[in-house]
Design a protein around this ligand. Sequence first.
Ligand code: SF4
Ligand code: MG
Length: 330
Amino acid sequence: EARALTKHFPVRGLRGRGKAVRAVESVDLTLRRGQVVALVGESGSGKSTVARLLAQLYPATSGQVLLRGEPVKVRFGRRFRAYCRQVQMIFQDPFASLNPIHTVRYVLTRSLRIHHRGLSKEELETRLAGLLEQVHLRPAERYIDKFPHELSGGQRQRIAIARALGARPTVLLADEPVSMLDVSIRLGVLNLLKELKEELDLAILYITHDIASARYFADRTVVMYAGEVVESGDSESVTQNPAHPYTQLLVSSAPDPDKLADAAERPARGEPPSLIKPPSGCRFHPRCPFAMDRCKTESPPSLPAGDGRVAACWLYAEGVEKPAGLEVKA
Ligand code: SF4
Ligand code: MG
C-alpha cells in the first residue's frame, strides 16, 4: 500500500539549483493478493517511479509504503530484506535486465540462493526445474544452460519472471512487461502473469501506457497524469466509461484494434507538462476542454464519480453542472 507517496528528484547543475522534478505527488494505491491493478499513463507520468518506490529501489521524499499494514521504516536489516523478498519487480526490457554473460541456471540459482539460504543441491535442482515449469519453458533441460542471446524476447521475459518467482514473492511489480515484445507474443506473457496470479495468489501491479490492455488484464485501473492519480476504479468502468477528462482523452486516442483508425482521425493529445514547474491548480487544466476558473488555481480533491470510480476533477464537486460533451454515464 502506498500512502501519500511523493518523490521529488533534485535537479543538478548550476541552473537547476533549488529546483526539483516533482515526479510523484501524494499517490495513494492499494494492491491486494489475487488482484491485478493497472497503473496507466503517458511516459513521464510517474508510473515507473511509483513502482521503484514500492520496490524500495530509492527512498520516498515523503509518504509511506506499507506491507500488510506495516510501514517500511528503514531500508536495511532483516525486516527490510524480508520486504524485498516479498515485493519483486519485472522490468520493461528483458534484453537489459538479464546479464548477457550469465546462463539461465546462474540467474535462477542466484535468485534462489539469495532468498533461501541452505538449499541442498537436490532441492536447488528441483526448484530450478520448477521455476522453468512455472513460466512454461519446458522441458527445463532445453533452457537451463542457455545464455540470454540464445533466447527470444518473450523467453527472456519469462526468465525474468522466473527470477522474480525464485524469491517466492507475494507482490509483483511489472513495469511495462510486454511493451518491448513482439505484438504476437504479448498476450502469452500477460496470460502467464494472470495464471501465476491465480496459482500463487499474487498481487500484481501492471504498469502500462496502453489503456486497452488494462481492460483485458487488470481488475482495477489507476490512471496517472503528471505525477498524480487522476482516476481509479474497476477496469471495466474506467476503460469503458472514463470519468476524468484525461482518461477520456487516453481512451479516445488509444488505437482501436478493430478499426485501426488513422492517427489523423484521433483527437490531438497535446504535450504533458513540465514536472519542474507543473501547472497550478489541476495539472491537466492547460489541456482540458472543460477547464473552469477554479481549475487554474485550486488542485481538485479525489471525488466520487459514480460506478465506484474516484476522479480528481472539479466537475464531480457538488453543484457543478456537467458540461455537454462530457460523456459519463454515472
Ligand atoms: Fe479539467 Fe478542471 Fe477537471 Fe482538471 S479539474 S480535469 S481542468 S475540469
Ligand atoms: Mg516507465
